[in-house]
Design a protein around this ligand. Structure first.
Ligand code: C2E
Ligand code: CA
Ligand code: CA
Length: 655
């Protein structure tokens, strides 16, 4: 009995020891799995270990780890060990198929005894194959993951309750670790996705920023020259003003307008014009320094913002800009002499904000252009030169379109005969709101745009028509029309005037074109060519405002002119000012030596008239004889005036 007891307790101890060893093995396995799962090697390594260890534990031929897809519609053999492991690994099946599907659907273990629990429709198919398979679900705390299956014991026996218990326990233990690992893996994937997304976002942001910068550049730069446009120039101007205010230093704005650019555009096309603008921009940029901003305001207008610039600095820059144009600019093998007019204004002297500085520089530029100076500095006195330039330009354009600019006529009195022998046509514009606008205000605007050409032709047309009318009234008068400098650069002009003359069947010798000395001298060679063409048409040419320019005697001799008009600034004071008297006298002598007739302008009193008579001046013009009058008024005037007009039967036609 005692011996039996002893054996029983020995057996019992051995059993306990077995179970202990088993537990230790299980624990070791669990520890191993947990470690692997948590390690860098990742889930695949963990599943692989699970499969291999379960196979050892259960002494099975094959062990697989089927895992459910996230949507639980499929399962995949994520790991396999033993026989056919390679075939099984990675196999993906719908959950409706196979033993795994059953286990995963029912969430309970499959082992041999389970066949009894099969539903009738599930039975036959599985009974066949179910014999040596044991399959338990693999579940975590939060989620059902899949299962662990063992197929066929190596010794040919069946899986038993112990195997089921062992596998279930193992699966429970491992489930949590695997679940965490799966989460980790998913988290990692999500992080990677987030990271990729973030990178993508960053790239998109960079692209967006680049596009924005490009857009901004486009919005703030002139597409042709790449220079800052008007908005950016104004912005820089604002900044420079603020800095100047802070530092109590002056700053300057220069505005540059190219002379006769429009003609280049008109004659050679805008492609050449564009290239010219680009070149000129480069020239300007070449003489500027880092803090200066060169911009293009539009058309042929540029601007330079000079932060911290004294008057001296600004003038130096203006000179540098001008000298940058000394060398002709080449475009497509054509070389152009480009001239520019520069207007300068200063902060704080000429205003507190960009608009007043722009306005000041604009007016100064305009004055420089008129005076043919390289540059001019703004002064408030210059304001009247440019009232509302733009609005005026718009209205002017309309007036010309509607042919609304009229001509007034001022007589020329021949001192030798005492007869009125000609009239000068002077442009008159009555603005619908502003009333009469004097020619010195609107003619320069016409000159700056191309409008001077149609305008001149309109005046020539009116003058010739009027002169013809006078002739019908029995008055043998000549008609004088003023040409501007720009007309002298217009190669079409002679032909167009010839066309008007022909249309009116007019005697060209009765038409006198008055051209100022400075207009001729601005481009002497070209002027000479046009004047010669006009002279060949028998049109008479007269040098207007003589004495104010700088024409040389020798040059004057080459001109096909027949008349000199002595500028009224000399005539006005000649009876009181000896110098003026001397100038008038020598001009008359000079003209006569050259075979030219003389007209004294601005004769306002009898003293002056008498003196001019003494000096053998040929003709006089001025308020003393008559102010400029409308066509009708002039005819009225001539009927009642002490001066008679030369009658049509008279032989001479010179006026
Ligand atoms: P201008 O060719 O020297 O014309 C003579 C100017 O002197 C006219 O001024 C006339 O009204 C003014 N005047 C005439 N007699 C006297 C006088 O006794 N005393 C004074 N103080 N002034 C006198 P207006 O009509 O204002 O024209 C000014 C300038 O505008 C003209 O000077 C001419 O350069 C230009 N202009 C006028 N009409 C035309 C035109 O049709 N085409 C062009 N291109 N220029 C024109
Ligand atoms: Ca004139
Ligand atoms: Ca004149």
């Amino acid at each position: 009995m005692r011996q039996g007891e002893n054996r029983a307790s020995r057996d019992y101890i051995r059993q306990l020891e077995d179970r202990l060893r088993q537990k230790e093995a299980e624990l070791a396995l669990l520890r191993e799995i947990t470690e692997i799962v948590a390690s860098e090697d990742g889930l695949d390594a963990a599943f692989d270990t699970i499969a291999r260890r379960v196979r050892e534990l259960l002494k099975a031929d094959t062990v697989t780890v089927p895992l459910l897809s996230r949507d639980q519609s499929h399962y995949t053999y994520r790991a396999a060990a033993g026989l056919h492991a390679e075939e099984l690994l990675g196999e993906e099946l719908p959950i409706s198929v196979g033993l795994c599907g059953w286990v995963l659907r029912h969430r309970k273990p499959w082992w041999r005894g389970a066949v009894d629990k099969l539903e009738p429709h599930e039975r036959n198919e599985w009974e066949r194959r179910a014999g040596k398979i044991i399959l338990v679900p693999l579940a975590g705390k939060r989620r059902f993951l899949g299962g662990i299956a063992a197929i066929d014991k190596s010794d040919g026996s069946d899986f038993d309750e112990h195997d089921l218990e062992l596998l279930s326990l193992f699966s429970r233990q491992v489930g949590f670790a695997v679940e965490n690992a799966i989460y980790l893996e998913e988290l990692q994937a999500a992080t990677e996705r987030t990271e990729a997304y973030r990178r993508q976002l960053e790239l998109s942001n960079q692209r967006l920023q680049r596009t924005n910068e490009e857009l901004e550049h486009l919005a703030l730069h002139d597409p042709l020259t790449g220079l800052p446009n008007r908005s950016l120039v104004i912005d820089r101007l604002q900044q420079a003003i603020l800095a100047a205010r802070r530092e109590q230093e002056p700053m300057a704005l220069l505005m540059i307008d190219l002379d006769h650019f429009k003609e280049v555009n008109d004659t050679l096309g805008h492609l050449v014009g564009d290239q010219l603008l680009i070149r000129v921009g480069e020239r300007f940029q070449g003489v500027l320094r880092e803090p200066d901003t060169l911009g293009r305001l539009g058309g042929d207008e540029f601007a330079v913002v000079l932060p911290h610039a004294s008057r001296e600095d600004a003038l130096t820059v203006a000179e540098k800009l001008q000298s940058s144009l000394r060398q002709p600019v080449t475009v497509d093998q054509n070389s152009f002499s480009v001239a520019a007019s520069i207007g300068i204004s200063f902060y704080p002297a000429h205003g507190p904000d960009p608009s007043s500085l722009l306005r000041g520089a604009d007016i100064a530029m305009y004055v420089a252009k008129r005076a043919h100076d390289d540059y001019a500095v703004y002064e408030p006195e210059l304001d009247h030169y440019k009232p509302d330039h733009l609005a005026l330009l718009r209205d002017l354009r309309e007036a010309i379109q509607r042919n609304e600019i009229s001509a007034a006529f001022q007589p020329k009195l021949d001192l030798f005969s005492g007869l009125i022998v000609g009239v000068e046509a002077l442009a008159r514009w009555r603005h619908p709101q502003k009333g009469d606008i004097p020619p010195y205000e609107f003619i320069p605007i016409l000159e700056q745009t191309g409008l001077i050409k149609p305008f001149t032709l309109q005046i020539v047309e009116k003058a010739i028509a009027y002169c013809a009318r006078c002739h019908r009234e029995g008055m043998a008068l000549s008609i004088a029309v003023n040409l501007s400098m720009h007309n002298l650069r217009d190669d079409k002009l002679p032909e167009q005037i010839g066309e008007i003359i022909a249309r009116h069947d007019f005697d060209p010798r009765l038409l006198v074109l008055e051209i100022t000395e400075s207009a001729i001298m601005h481009d002497p060679e070209h002027s000479l060519e046009i004047l010669n063409r006009l002279a060949r048409m028998k049109v008479q040419l007269s040098v207007d405002d003589f004495g104010t320019g700088y024409s040389s005697l020798s040059y004057l001799k080459r001109l096909p002119v027949t008349q000199l008009k002595i500028d009224r600034s000399f005539v006005h004071d000649m009876v009181r000012d000896e110098d003026d008297d001397m100038i008038v006298r020598s001009t008359i002598d000079l003209a006569h030596n050259l075979g030219l007739t003389t007209v004294a302008e601005g004769v306002e009193d009898r003293h002056t008239l008498g003196r001019l008579n003494e000096l053998n001046c040929d003709m006089v013009q001025g308020y003393l004889i008559s102010r400029p009058l409308s066509g009708d008024d002039f005819l009225q005037f001539i009927r009642n005036s002490p001066w008679n007009a030369r009658r049509t039967q008279a032989r001479s036609v010179t006026g």
